[in-house]
Design a protein around this ligand. Sequence first.
Ligand code: C5P
Length: 231
Amino acid sequence: MNEPRIIVALDFSSAEQALDLTSRLDPDLCRLKVGKELFTATGPGLIEKLIRDGFDIFLDLKYHDIPNTVANACKAAADMGVWMLNVHAMGGRKMLSAAREAIAPGTAKLIAVTLLTSMDQDDLNDIGLQGNPEQIVLRLAALTQACGLDGVVCSALEARQLRQMTGPDFHLVTPGIRPQENNSDDQKRVTTPTAAIKNGSDYLVIGRPITQAPDPLRALEQLNQEIRQTR
Ligand code: C5P
């Protein structure tokens, strides 16, 4: 069995809704992402339950604070037993390095968010950041790698360029994925699983195409099949 490359985004507001979905999924076929909404509503109890159920968890809380605070938060997350967690690369070199030092190698994977995809040039100008979004993504990804983190979250459209820059051993985790025939919900720039993998993505974060499907397990199996055929 190849390791699952799909990370299902559990964008729910209660443990009941999340567990209703995960009871219909299979930990051999996917991993799960728990973000700010679900974690704030349910706390670590749900994460511990999902880990007991056999799932690998990506805790998507995008820590961004002073280095000492982020390091302690990362350690607390890793101690919970999550498979992957993330920080915000905008926190800078000292914060990224402190996060890296807080997590023993070989335990949780530590990745960073570069520039939020909701930020456009006007937003960058407003906050006084130099360069265009592409340049900032590349700069922050290079900084993340230099600080020894395991990868970044990025758009699958940026993955090809990032893969060339980072080499093969850096994880690229990409949201904004839609199967060919699906609508794109509120995602503006979407990519198919095939295109994302070809661009160098390692893990695909997929929410609504699975969570809102009439048969989520079947939707997951179809997406996995598309990924297998791409290799
Ligand atoms: O439902 P959908 O597949 O659009 O969900 C994508 C998930 O990835 C959501 O949890 C969303 O917050 C997250 N995400 C994203 N775009 C980013 C970063 C994260 O869609 N740039």
